[in-house]
Design a protein around this ligand. Structure first.
Ligand SMILES: [Zn+2]
Length: 205
């Protein structure tokens, strides 16, 4: 399947609702990266608003750089200290998941937690979903780089690559086993249950 067909088309979005926490996110980026141009922040905002995510927040996460839940996207505060391209990568990866949830349904994108899948198949499905998300995030960053170039601005995109390609099989398998244990069977189709379980794993201690 072509990865584009996995994603909700942002061009289809007509009504844009305000996203709680978006102004704060932009402020925090400008604080750690004062040279961030208004052209860039407008393009970041546009991509986030069109995903129709209700809320984006910055929190100190353990075990994750970010998360995309049924009601919000969370970015770990440590991410803001990295390079601008890494910040964009993390935000756009998590926002790309919101485009996927819109198109396919939230629970469907976590089908690898279902008991129907053998563990090895579940690992490959998770990796496939995450690789698609990575590719979408990176192509969006490159698209923004081009738009900025036309305005005479440079965006450094060096060092950006998909991270899920290189995560060892065992590490993903252990993650799936751990989450399934906490989800306990029936609840794997309930978006609130999936979200609260993931949140409990990554929330600050
Ligand atoms: Zn992801």
């Amino acid at each position: 399947m072509k990865f584009k067909s996995w994603l909700y088309n942002e061009e289809e979005v007509e009504i844009s609702k305000p996203v709680e926490g978006l102004d704060n996110l932009i402020q925090q980026i400008k604080k750690t990266h004062p040279n961030t141009s208004n052209n860039l922040t407008e393009l970041i905002k546009d991509f986030i608003v069109k995903s129709q995510v209700p809320k984006i927040e910055i929190t100190n996460l353990s075990m994750a750089l970010g998360a995309s839940l049924n009601d919000r996207v969370i970015i770990s505060s440590s991410v803001l200290n990295g390079s601008i391209q890494h910040i964009l990568y993390v935000i756009f990866h998590e926002i790309a998941h919101q485009y996927q949830y819109k198109k396919h349904g939230f629970a469907e994108m976590f089908a690898y937690f279902k008991d129907d899948y053998k563990l090895d198949d579940a690992v490959e499905l998770l990796r496939k979903v995450e690789n698609i998300t990575d590719r979408f995030a990176i192509s969006k960053i490159n698209q923004i780089k081009k738009i900025l170039q036309e305005k005479g601005e440079n965006l450094d995109t060096s060092g950006i690559h998909g991270y899920y390609k290189s995560i060892p099989h065992n590490m993903i398998a252990n993650y799936i086993k751990m989450v399934k244990q906490k989800l306990k069977g029936d609840d794997v189709t309930n978006p609130e249950k999936i979200s609260s379980t993931l949140w409990n794993i990554i929330k600050p201690n």
